[in-house]
Write a protein that binds this ligand. Sequence first.
Ligand SMILES: Cc1cc2nc3c(=O)[nH]c(=O)nc-3n(C[C@H](O)[C@H](O)[C@H](O)COP(=O)(O)OP(=O)(O)OC[C@H]3O[C@@H](n4cnc5c(N)ncnc54)[C@H](O)[C@@H]3O)c2cc1C
Length: 407
Amino acid sequence: MTERLVVVGASLAGLRAVEGARKAGFTGAVTLIGDEEHLPYDRPPLSKAYLDADEKPDVTFREERHLRDELGVDLRLGTPAEAVDPADQAVLAGGGEIRYDALVIATGATARRLPGTEGIAGVHTLRTLDDAVAVRAALDSGARTVVIGSGFIGSEVASGARKRGLPVTIVEAAPTPLVRAIGEELGEAVAGLHHRAGTDLRCGVAVREITSTAGKVTGVRLADGTVLPADLVVAGIGADPATGWLAGSGLDIGNGVRCDASLAAEGATGVFAAGDVARWHNPLFDEVMRIEHWTSAAEQGAAAARNALDPANAKPYSTVPYFWSDWYGSRIQFVGVPGADEVRVVSGDPETDRFVALYRRGDRLTGVLTLNGQSVVMKYRALLARGAAWADALEFAARRAAARAGT
Ligand SMILES: Cc1cc2nc3c(=O)[nH]c(=O)nc-3n(C[C@H](O)[C@H](O)[C@H](O)COP(=O)(O)OP(=O)(O)OC[C@H]3O[C@@H](n4cnc5c(N)ncnc54)[C@H](O)[C@@H]3O)c2cc1C
């Protein structure tokens, strides 16, 4: 019988696991272990509203009283889990063993750092609330900013700097921003957002070194020898699943905790994973994937807890991956999976701030990218969830275009 649920990782997926367990009627003991000192908080605003010159938004999800009294959680913050012993069903944390009948691993991902920059003031990643406080303080002081990497987070930091009128350069090794997620052609289209906002975007360029004086950053030297002066350097170069503490556990932790379709970790009983750390078989696309997006982390947290508490009736978790990102007041949204045989713009114009593009693999619709297409993107997500054929997606797009022309 399941009497003790332990959740490691006190952020989005971990919180949703705890809430999901209580919602499912679980009345046993729940322990939530997190290595950060903060209560669970929301990360997307950290690279958006949090960087604005206005009042800082409150990013905390729930008050401590709610977690402890209403959800009855034994909350252990500032407590890194050090190991798990699946045979003994115990997590080692805070110098003691915490026993579980069901365990949800929700330790997320850790931002990659620029090698050789440890201890240089002014060089940051942006993953945690503490990172955001430091980046915001630098922007508040009018920092000349260089961002390494033009992914979501790097591009959002650049957007925040430009909003304040600060000079900002993005250095990107790939030919366009977001190339792995949306492809080169439409990567070029979103690069236009940077150009139009006055960000100096340099693609296909490698960084040779970060320069510093007396332990403080002074600039970024590129492979061609150019030096970009900087008071603030933000590395947005991706993240790795936080699995170091699971070494030696017997779990398969190559690029995330490998799970089956029900989010059950392979190689252990009673262990499930959720969120950015989970690599699972998504039945909808028949692919093993690890997603670093808000919506799936939230959904997986709840699904993993439900399945962990009732493994005999565990249900597969499938989803159409979804992310959004806000650049210079425009919203980029993508639903589906990357990689395509064909990309077709069905509405708007990639040279402007509004378009919809469909991605095809074989005869199936596999992805949709919208720029400022909030009214339509979830309709396409529903089509993807039904496994829509390419021809049906084109017909849907044509019907929408006709309806718009008639209005
Ligand atoms: C700045 C930023 C902006 C983002 N913007 C967007 C967006 O616009 N749209 C979108 O879809 N997604 C966005 N994301 C992604 C989204 O926030 C993540 O997908 C989501 O936070 C993942 O939740 P998680 O709970 O799986 O992992 P995390 O939020 O990473 O939380 C994992 C927690 O576990 C803790 N932990 C790690 N190891 C241990 C250990 N050994 N013991 C105890 N605790 C541990 C970590 O410190 C952390 O608190 C953004 C992410 C960031 C960082």
